[in-house]
Design a protein around this ligand. Structure first.
Ligand SMILES: Cc1cc2nc3c(=O)[nH]c(=O)nc-3n(C[C@H](O)[C@H](O)[C@H](O)COP(=O)(O)OP(=O)(O)OC[C@H]3O[C@@H](n4cnc5c(N)ncnc54)[C@H](O)[C@@H]3O)c2cc1C
Length: 320
């Protein structure tokens, strides 16, 4: 029996797991790019998810976990192995504490907290993607990130289910311990919020979403910012001293500042474009491929390195 067929049969026998074969991943990425996964499975059940990982491991099948695909570049060849998606999406409130399952959309969580007069997540309004990935990449905007509100994270480490307190998660700017352990899978998180006036929170969130929708139209096939911003303190002294104070925000220099000077705005390669109004925003204008996208990313990194001696780091994640 061919290998994928055996894996398919064994996965299909797991209760509460939905399995498909040769599944186009372009359907699951906001870029609309990505070839087929040999196997694709989804579930809202922790045990089914764990069983799927163990089955893949027993058959030596590679596993990649995705969320809502808003920060992913998937190879044009797709993924030789099993792509797994965790769909549990319950949200519960106990006083000022909220528990969110990883498959919930972050926006649903933001709306849930605002609707209950709980302050702390309103500046994350409009960030697309799931709660699990928001923890993984410490999603944030407007000077705040989800880490500020996380009390604990429940996850599977490949052997058992663990719970980490905030400090164990090693959160930093767009970083967490989960990014360094890509085999770990986040199932849920507990957050601590503050009581506040729901109407004021709603207004803050709505104002933010309005601004965001102008920068990132909802139909734009993109991943938000491609590169992380840079910590001013990490830049070479002569580069740091040349950055105008007006550009610096919370000790960071937007990578767009360097990209713009490297001539990124409006760059085109096949179906891939760099926005004319934002040098760190790359999108698929139609028919773009992962190969073209990666070529643009490499070229931008090359230009910034050769002009400023700085290595840009991708915020976007790869499934290759
Ligand atoms: C228009 C636009 C604007 C954006 N603006 C912002 C912004 O302001 N701030 C910001 O921080 N981000 C922003 N992003 C990036 C994106 O929204 C975040 O990275 C988001 O958290 C990705 O969520 P996702 O579910 O789509 O994850 P995916 O893209 O599917 O996956 C991203 C990574 O998370 C991992 N992952 C997913 N689920 C789990 C899980 N349960 N356990 C462990 N790992 C998991 C995946 O393995 C992958 O490596 C923007 C993206 C877009 C398209």
């Amino acid at each position: 029996m061919p290998f994928t067929e055996e894996a398919h049969q064994r996965l299909a026998a797991i209760p509460n797991l939905t399995v498909s074969v040769h599944t186009p991943l372009s359907r699951y990425t906001r870029f609309g790019i990505g070839g087929p996964a040999d196997l694709f499975a989804e579930t809202a059940d922790d045990q089914a998810f764990i069983e799927a990982i163990q089955t893949a491991r027993a058959l030596d099948v590679a596993v990649s976990v995705i969320g809502s695909g808003t920060n992913l570049i998937v190879s044009d060849d797709g993924f030789r192995g099993l792509v797994l998606r965790y769909r549990a999406a319950n949200l519960d409130r106990h006083g000022t504490c909220v528990r969110a399952e990883a498959g919930a959309e972050l926006q649903e969580l933001v709306d849930f907290t605002i609707g209950r007069g709980l302050r702390g997540l309103e500046t994350l309004a409009g960030i697309p993607g799931s709660v699990g990935a928001a923890i993984y990449g410490n999603a944030g905007a407007y000077g705040h990130s989800i880490a500020e509100r996380v009390v604990q994270v429940r996850f599977y480490d490949g052997a058992s289910i663990q719970t980490f307190a905030n400090q164990d998660c090693h959160f930093q700017y767009r970083e967490s311990i989960f990014k360094r352990h890509k085999e770990w899978v986040i199932f849920s998180t507990g957050l601590s919020l503050d009581p506040a006036d729901g109407a004021a929170l709603r207004k803050t969130a709505d104002d933010i979403v309005r601004v965001r929708n102008e920068k990132f139209p909802v139909t734009m096939k993109c991943a938000g910012s491609i590169f992380k911003n840079l910590m001013l303190r990490d830049l070479p002294a002569q580069v740091a001293s040349a950055v105008p104070a007006t550009v610096i925000r919370e000790g960071k220099v937007p990578s767009a500042y360097f990209l713009e000077q490297a001539g990124a705005k409006g760059m085109e390669h096949g179906g891939i474009r760099v926005a004319t109004y934002h040098a760190n925003l790359i999108y698929n204008a139609g028919g773009g491929t992962a190969a073209e996208l990666c070529a643009v990313i490499s070229e931008l990194k090359r230009r910034v390195q050769s002009r400023f001696g700085i290595d840009l780091e991708e915020e976007v994640q790869f499934v290759m």
